[in-house]
Ligand binder design. Structure first.
Ligand code: NOJ
Length: 764
């Protein structure tokens, strides 16, 4: 298992599909007959072997399990005791193990190799939260497509992505992996990403199986602490948290992963209602469900079962087909069958579901089709992939502030000071869950600025202060270093004094977000705010670029910056993409996929609030729903993001005042670029269901967005279509569907800027 080698062959030209269309995806084919025949030949042990997924012990993505010692993986594969590996990658090693499975195991059932390809394999794209800020379905699909191409070229068949957990709590470190706080954006991102990874045909050698995770509601853990419990009403679960998973099923996702958390007291990995009744019964999912890393075994720590034997029963009963790294099924399932706790038909169904995905991936027809050294060499970090990464990155940047239009930087500026602990950091932009990225391989902000502006401007650089030891790996705790060391301040201030404009890079390093990276304080850490204040005192205009895996609380920083670009963790081409925006080669168009809190005490913070019996009124003598010490509103709202130009929204037209349950409503609106730069705008459509017939309804719900490009002075009409299904909710009688009544329609460019308003009525 040590040979995890990358290849060395030289190669020529590359042909690959970025976008493809077909209406008959093979991921819907059933393969019933072939599975039946195979199952009839398999021993009980071989079936149980399919349930067993083990990690490369030299590349773990979770805590160690005691019983892993003394295992010989080669032998176990030859004996049909392993169905899948995770964290084994590279053509050489996957090919070697696959050969054992095919040539030495009795029935030659191929292995499936899975890996966390979350935002790129070697070419790294913006973290998913950041990329969701693009509000651009094509951007999201393309990065997943390229990630799949690179992963497949490196022997992988399966990614543990997309993560579709909605989160309204930026303290939770894993908010970086999803699409943010919103249902509709979450659904759109889920669909785009599933299709990106899987293409139209899973059997192609450049598509991989996707995995919607973590089922369910992992993003709603108490206090934003990873692995903590989730407790919520069925209404909230169905109307908000479950919807992106459902969208992934509708998009044909091949697999699901259960989550670590309990939900209403029952661990998700032992939860039959979720994993079987809803996922398979209500939604018709026909792929397989993998547990999260020993999430079956962790049921013992949840205290709802006593022994591994009971865990095995709960897992099978719930509908978890594959046991990731837990070694529960391999040790317990046989005895459970002997004891008649579970049935052979349950075991056959589980094995059948895993085999189905192996069939759909084409592994039975050609188990080595993902093992091609030439492709591995040709496709990994292909220059087209890097340019797509830069393109996606610039589209993900959100302009939060631009006082006196100091951006874009123009020819009047001669000297630029680049200051801050993240400004020459080549690692932070790669983010957590960075696939197989080479550490320190991103273009830093300083490099990006030099690449674009090197000859035109004089560039001064000063780190100012240090933040974290970047060499920490993702599962070690990040250690704050030099936290009191202000020795770099003097040089930084001197650089600012010499410059015409200062560009600062502050925020978080790569491993301050991601799994097990929850923080209670999500403002700028260490000496960063102090450094910012000192620089601002020079009187020079300050552009603040924020690097982070989550919405930070920037309230104390805002007044010390003239312009702010939220740059997330943008991937391999980070510095170049930011420079594109700084110098106006690209006009920023990103919008926030999650609210930026004014204060950590507002969390959970999101726009889709239910109406209150005492709606907010800031007057001190009003007894309404509010904080006494801070505003209710976040610092920056969901959907917010500025441009170098301005847009005007006019002429809202609804196709009818009343529609029936069988009709569609068409909504037209005109948008004009009224400013001085060409630019893109995200036209956002929100709905309010005025009366919910016994159920309170949210004050606003995003139900459509379109991103459009407009030249200076240009106008375009955008059309949205709403059907009664878009108005459906979990009604008082606990059924799903729309209710007749009045609806309001709002159009604008942010959840807190909706200048156009209309109304219609839904009739029986
Ligand atoms: C645990 C994480 O929760 C999950 O997202 C990931 O896919 C697995 N480990 C495998 O690395």
């Amino acid at each position: 298992m040590k040979r995890l080698i990358l290849p060395g062959l030289l190669v020529l030209l590359v042909v690959f599909h970025i976008n493809s269309q077909s209406n008959n995806p093979n991921y819907k084919i059933s393969y019933d007959q072939r599975i039946k025949e195979l199952l009839s030949k398999m021993t009980l042990e071989e079936k149980i072997g399919q349930f067993n997924q083990l990690s490369n012990p030299y590349h773990k993505t979770g805590p160690g399990i005691k019983s892993e010692r003394n295992e010989s993986f080669d032998e176990m594969v030859a004996n049909g005791q392993i169905g899948s590996f995770l964290n084994v990658l590279g053509v050489d090693e996957t090919m070697r193990l696959q050969k054992i499975a095919i040539e030495k195991s009795r029935l030659g059932i191929p292995l499936i190799f899975g890996y966390d390809v979350i935002h790129g394999f070697k070419t790294i794209f913006p973290i998913p939260l950041g990329e969701s800020a693009s509000f651009d379905r094509a951007v999201m699909e393309k990065s997943a497509r390229i990630a799949a191409i690179e992963a497949a070229a490196n022997g992988l068949h399966w990614t543990f992505a997309p993560m579709v957990d909605i989160s309204r709590d930026p303290r939770w470190g894993r908010i970086m992996e999803g699409a943010g706080e919103d249902v509709y954006l979450g659904e759109q991102a889920a669909k785009a990403r599933v299709h990106g990874f899987q293409g139209d045909d899973l059997s192609w050698d450049n598509t991989i199986a996707a995995c919607a995770k973590h089922f369910a509601a992992y993003g709603a853990s108490f206090g934003g602490r990873d692995y903590a419990a989730v407790d919520m009403s069925e209404r909230m679960l169905r109307e908000v948290y479950l919807r992106p998973y459902k969208a992934a099923v509708d998009a044909g996702v091949a697999t699901f992963m259960s989550s670590f958390n309990t939900i209403n007291g029952v661990p998700a990995s032992g939860n039959r209602w979720l994993q079987t009744d809803i996922l398979r019964g209500e939604w018709g999912f026909d792929g397989f469900v993998v547990s999260d890393w020993n999430s079956l075994g962790e049921m013992i720590y949840h205290g709802n079962v006593e022994s591994e034997y009971d865990v095995g029963f709960r897992g099978v009963d719930a509908g978890i087909d594959m046991d990731m790294e837990g070694r529960i099924y391999i040790n317990q399932v046989k005895q459970l069958l002997i004891d008649n706790k579970i049935t052979i038909s349950q075991i056959d169904e589980m094995a059948g579901r895993i085999l189905l995905i192996k069939f759909r991936l084409g592994l039975f027809d050609n188990p080595y089709q993902y093992c091609n050294k030439q492709k591995e060499k040709e496709l990994t970090m292909h220059s087209n992939h890097l340019s797509a990464s830069r393109d996606g990155a610039k589209r993900s940047i959100v302009l939060l502030k631009n006082k006196n239009k100091i951006l874009p930087i123009t020819g009047k500026v001669k000297r630029i000071a680049v200051i801050g602990p993240l400004s020459n950091d080549k690692d932070a932009p790669l983010g957590n869950w960075r696939g197989n990225a080479t550490p320190n391989s991103a273009v830093s902000l300083l490099e990006g600025i030099r690449n674009i502006a090197g000859n035109k401007y004089e560039i001064l650089y000063s780190e100012g202060c240090r933040l974290l030891n970047n060499k920490e790996n993702s599962f070690a705790s990040p250690v704050l270093i030099n936290n009191n060391d202000r020795s770099g301040f003097k040089k930084a201030v001197a650089a600012a004094n010499k410059a015409d404009i200062v560009v600062m890079a502050l925020g978080e390093t790569a491993y301050m977000s991601g799994e097990c990276r929850s923080y209670a304080d999500i403002s700028l850490k260490g000496l960063q705010l102090e450094l910012l204040r000192e620089i601002k005192k020079t009187g020079k205009p300050v552009v603040l670029t924020i690097f982070s895996g989550r919405p930070l609380v920037l309230t104390d920083a805002v007044d010390h910056a003239d312009a702010i670009l939220n740059c997330w963790l943008l991937g391999s081409e980070s510095g170049n993409a930011i420079a594109d925006v700084l110098f106006g080669d690209y006009n920023p168009s990103g919008k926030l996929p999650a609210s930026f809190p004014y204060h950590v005490g507002q969390i959970p913070v999101f726009y889709e609030q239910l109406s209150s019996g005492r709606p907010y009124d800031p007057k001190p003598d009003s007894l309404t729903s509010k904080y006494r010490d801070i505003p209710n509103a976040p610092l920056y709202a969901f959907g917010y993001g500025l441009s170098y130009t301005t847009f005007k929204f006019t002429d809202l037209k609804l196709s009818a005042e009343k529609i029936s349950m069988k009709d569609k409503l068409t909504i037209n609106v005109n948008i004009k670029n009224t400013g001085e730069y060409p630019g893109e705008e995200v036209v956002q459509l929100y709905i309010r269901d005025v009366v919910g017939n016994g159920v309170s309804r949210p004050v606003l719900q995003l139900r459509g967005f379109e991103k459009i490009m407009l030249a200076i002075g240009e106008s375009k009409e955008v059309t949205f279509t709403i059907t009664p299904a878009d108005l459906a909710f979990f009604r008082l009688d606990e059924t799903w569907g729309p209710e007749k009544g009045k609806f309001q329609v709002f159009i604008g460019n942010s959840s807190d800027n909706l200048p156009l308003k209309g109304e219609f009525e839904l009739m029986e």
